[in-house]
Ligand binder design. Structure first.
Ligand SMILES: O=c1ccn([C@@H]2O[C@H](COP(=O)(O)OP(=O)(O)O[C@H]3O[C@H](CO)[C@@H](O)[C@H](O)[C@H]3O)[C@@H](O)[C@H]2O)c(=O)[nH]1
Length: 476
């Protein structure tokens, strides 16, 4: 009898931090058990905020023989306008694809391969209905950590009691998986927006489906968040948790405007510097600042006296620094005065940079991929969260886990606040001048734990093995 190959179907959110992590995780699933000859179908929605992403994903997937890419067409009818909340917009966008996803799953089911499961990113949980209608199990692949999962799982429990959004004056929030209650200032900004088409409604929509999943796969590792993972695993009604991280794209994401010659010069500069002597600043795929804030960062770096490598991106601009003329943004004479001591660039190959021995600290927005990448390379972070769940990540890394140094825990994009140069200077000094010694020691330990977790016999390796067994054996 002809053997049908087994297919895993993935739907990530249309953003860099999500798609790249999903492709990397799917690759690990395939690679860990090649004898099973699993294959992957990736359903990608057009990325509304990143014009470069679609072509990048297409070229990336074309080099992966066991992947099939389905680029979903633009939403039809198009969503009328961007409502107040980006989260609500994304959840609505995802929901508009339900008929498409259902019919693609139907096609797959009648094709030569056997689909085993649908893997959904957090905002994509409304698509569970498509799998459910066709008796296909749904799993969640969470590109953030277990601390955030703790919060997401709590929302549908809290809502029936309070029936309202959060207010900044609410008391700190105790969560079953966290040793410290979460201050309101650490919650994602969206959950304070109680409008019918606001962030709170979006969070409720996707979080209320988490318990319907067959399993929740989290990009973390047991050694990093063991308390949270153990506590959540003991709660009735929570699907099995699989901790499979750190899932890191070590190849890095090439960017269309990436200037190879310029980077060769930057590597040469880094190569001749002492170990751990450069502070690296980078704020994710979408994080940026206005001109006033950029000038304060520049002054803070200049006054700190430390060497720096700064991946500068302006607010609301996917453009690279080279396109926006740094001289017109940075303080007059800054580039000349810091020549030899600091470099300002646009898109940086972050994973590679963090792995360079000259990098000694990382000023980060605490996106979860950046957080894992810094731990993987044992480089301590100075926290500067901007949006999404970054404040929560920063709070947990600094207060609960003692794995990062605090610059800000509660900075929020759009709140009109400017972090002043002297505060940035103090933060950089704290990070780079030995006072953060205990954090640095713990981060180095966590680096070793992260590497052990993904090796054969490690906790994440074992978790992937368990997941594959559960996928293959389900229903038998
Ligand atoms: O100049 C740059 C900027 C970014 N990156 C890479 O891009 C990714 C960025 O991911 P992440 O650090 O998670 O930040 P975001 O792009 O902001 O990710 C979104 O998705 C994450 C995962 O769910 C969330 O934790 C964040 O809050 C959310 O903003 C990382 O792999 C970086 O290495 C580069 O290589 N070069």
């Amino acid at each position: 009898m002809e053997r049908r190959s087994k297919e895993l179907v993935f739907v990530p959110c249309p953003g860099v931090g999500h798609i790249i992590s999903t492709i990397e995780f799917a690759t690990r699933l395939l690679d860990q058990h090649p004898e099973l000859e699993l294959s992957v179908t990736l359903l990608i929605m057009p990325a509304p905020f990143n014009p470069y992403l679609d072509s990048h994903v297409t070229s990336l997937v074309s080099s992966l023989p066991r992947f099939t890419l389905f680029s979903l067409p633009p939403a039809s009818p198009p969503l009328p306008h961007l409502p107040r909340s980006i989260e609500y917009f994304i959840v609505s966008l995802v929901q508009s694809y339900l008929p498409h996803v259902r019919s693609l799953l139907q096609q797959l089911l009648s094709g030569p391969a056997t689909p085993l499961a649908l893997f959904l990113d957090l905002f994509c949980t409304p698509l569970m209905d498509a799998a459910h209608d066709l008796s296909l199990p749904s799993y969640i692949y969470l590109t953030s950590g277990a601390g955030f999962l703790d919060f997401v799982l709590h929302l549908p429990v809290r809502h029936p009691q309070l029936k309202r959004e959060f207010f900044i004056s609410d008391p700190d929030l105790p969560l079953p998986g966290s040793s410290l209650p979460l201050p309101m200032s650490s919650l994602p900004g969206a959950v304070f927006d109680g409008d019918q088409t606001g962030g709170y409604a979006a969070y409720l929509k996707f979080s209320s489906r988490f318990r319907d999943a067959r399993g929740i796969v989290v990009n973390t590792f047991f050694e990093l968040e063991h308390q949270t993972i153990s506590s959540l695993s003991r709660i009735d009604g929570i699907p099995p948790l699989y901790t499979v991280g750190p899932v890191i794209d070590h190849k890095g994401l090439p960017h269309p405007s990436f200037d190879r010659d310029r980077w060769e010069a930057i590597w040469r500069w880094l190569d001749q510097l002492p170990d751990s002597s450069v502070v690296f600043l980078c704020f994710g795929s979408m994080g940026g600042f206005n001109v006033e804030q950029v000038k304060e960062i520049a002054a803070g770096l200049e006054h700190s006296g430390h060497r720096f490598l700064w991946a500068l991106r302006m607010l609301d601009s996917p453009k690279q620094l080279e396109e926006v003329k740094p001289e017109s943004i940075l303080p007059e004479g800054f580039l000349g005065r810091t020549e030899g001591r600091g470099v300002v660039c646009g898109w940086a190959p972050q994973v590679e940079v963090l792995g360079h021995r000259a990098i000694g600290g990382f000023v980060s927005h605490c996106g979860w991929n950046s957080t894992l990448e810094s731990l993987w390379h044992g480089v301590p972070m100075l926290t500067w969260p901007i949006y999404a769940e970054q404040q929560l990540n920063a709070f947990r890394m600094v207060k609960e886990l003692g794995l990062a140094v605090e610059l800000r825990l509660d900075y929020r994009e759009g709140a009109g606040e400017v972090v002043k140069a002297d505060e940035i200077e103090r933060g950089v000094r704290l990070l780079m001048e030995g006072e953060a010694g205990e954090v640095r020691r713990k981060v180095k330990e966590m680096k070793e734990a992260a590497r052990r977790a993904v090796c054969e016999g490690g906790s994440s390796y074992h978790s992937i093995h368990k997941l594959i067994q559960d996928l293959v054996n389900q229903g038998s």
